[in-house]
Design a protein around this ligand. Structure first.
Ligand code: AMP
Length: 404
């Protein structure tokens, strides 16, 4: 039993290998009280950008590790006269990338959970170890506040076997837990629920395609609240063309790069994850720059954009068939929420399928969920801003309430 008050704020932590994003927010009023990012942890040029109730502080100076980063962040709060531990913090919610076959829902963190997250680190060697370091660093400094792990894979736990299984030797797949897990689940769930609310319909009645297009990108087909397919697989590398990731690629290319180019597995890993996608094709992964260059007639940027769109449209078509009936197509995340040309181009020429974007509605810039299809369009097309921090805060608070 916890004695922590169950109404209050939540500290949401998203720890990467050399970064730490955090937010303190009220999950009921949705008010963001503090927000920040520590970057280049472990280097001499570390920097924290900390925003608290309207003012921003930037602190430069070496942060040896995540413990040092968290300690510094808590100092920044204290400098504002806020002792985070005493400020009504009811929970800490940690984003954990991979839940493997062990975690299907937000989970209160204890020693058993911690060691299970550690055990599944080989499934996400780039992400889970960093998440764990974040969990340990925060709990060392805020031992009294219950901590909850929210898994990026959880929403896709119920994927049908046909969508989750690779056509790989079944014994090898079983032994090494190789299957399609899916990622960005917190966002796909948040956005698909909000889409139903925006349409004024029950979640269980709406068939939708969700396009989470950020620097990382994924798409899901959600049938009546249940995901039936998603583009990311065993790792976040599969599927759509992303800022720096290949997305789908012939696995034979790995053999070729190893045998003919003499690259090591680690080099290929970096090539596929960090040097490919839009960046690999035109040198830039920021979508705004890619679009500006397309407008200016740059050929490399044009090809990058065309490859990006080709993959998107291929999956949209596939998911229309899988769903059978599509009620809504929803765009979210940095590119999906802001890049009107991507929305228009990805659904261009689909009037015969009942999909028609209204150019004026599409051009509106807003932070609110909104409809961008014409009144005649049989399929509703929407922009629904994602908010993973709010989703993590709400889910963490719900877990803490249940365990109180
Ligand atoms: P996210 O990972 O969701 O933060 O999305 C980051 C991506 O969104 C980057 O590639 C940005 O360039 C892109 N983005 C943000 N604003 C815009 C915009 N106004 N137009 C096009 N892309 C944008």
């Amino acid at each position: 039993m916890t004695e922590t008050p169950i109404d209050g704020t939540v500290l949401v932590v998203n720890a990467g290998s050399s970064s730490l994003k955090y937010q303190v927010l009220d999950p009921v009023t949705e008010e963001v009280i503090a927000d920040g990012l520590a970057e280049r942890i472990g280097e001499s040029s570390s920097r924290i950008k900390h925003w608290y109730r309207g003012h921003e502080v930037v602190v430069d100076g070496a942060l040896a590790d995540h413990d040092a980063a968290i300690a510094k962040v808590l100092e920044l709060f204290a400098a504002d006269g806020v002792d985070v531990a005493d400020s009504g913090l009811a929970a800490v919610g940690h984003r954990v990338v991979h839940g493997g076959r062990s975690f299907f829902e937000p989970t209160l963190i204890d020693d058993v959970v911690r060691s299970e997250i550690e055990r599944i680190c080989p499934l996400a060697p780039l992400h889970n170890p960093a998440n764990l370091v974040g969990i340990n660093a925060v709990s060392a400094l805020l031992p009294e506040v219950p901590a909850v792990a929210v898994f990026d894979t959880a929403f896709f736990n119920g994927l049908p076997d046909a969508a989750a299984t690779y056509a790989l030797d079944a014994a090898v797949a079983e032994e090494f837990a190789i299957r399609r897990y899916g990622f960005h689940g917190t966002s796909h769930e948040f956005v698909s629920r909000l889409t139903s609310e925006t349409l004024g319909r029950d979640y269980g009645d709406v068939n939708q395609i969700v396009l989470h297009l950020g620097n990382g990108a994924s798409m899901s087909a959600v049938a009546g609240g249940r995901p039936i397919d998603t583009t990311m697989g065993m790792t976040p590398l599969e599927g759509l063309v992303m800022g720096t990731r290949t997305g789908d690629i012939d696995a034979g290319i790995v053999f070729q790069l190893s045998r003919v180019a003499g690259m090591s597995i680690d080099e290929i890993d970096v090539l596929f994850n960090k040097r490919s996608g839009l960046k690999g094709l035109c040198g830039e992964n920021d979508f705004r720059s890619v679009r500006e260059r397309v407008e200016a007639g740059d050929e490399a940027a044009r090809l990058a954009y065309d490859v990006y769109l080709h993959r998107l449209r291929r999956y949209i078509g596939a998911y229309m068939i899988e769903l059978g009936r599509v009620d809504a197509i929803v765009f979210t995340a940095g590119v999906g929420e802001n890049a009107a040309p991507v929305r228009a181009d990805s659904l261009a020429g689909l009037e015969n399928y009942g999909i028609e974007i209204d150019p004026e509605r599409n051009a509106v810039r807003s932070g609110e969920p909104r409809l961008i299809s014409t009144d005649a369009s049989a399929v509703a097309v929407l922009v629904v801003p994602t908010n993973e921090e709010l989703a993590i805060a709400r889910q963490s608070m719900a877990v803490v309430r249940r365990s109180a």
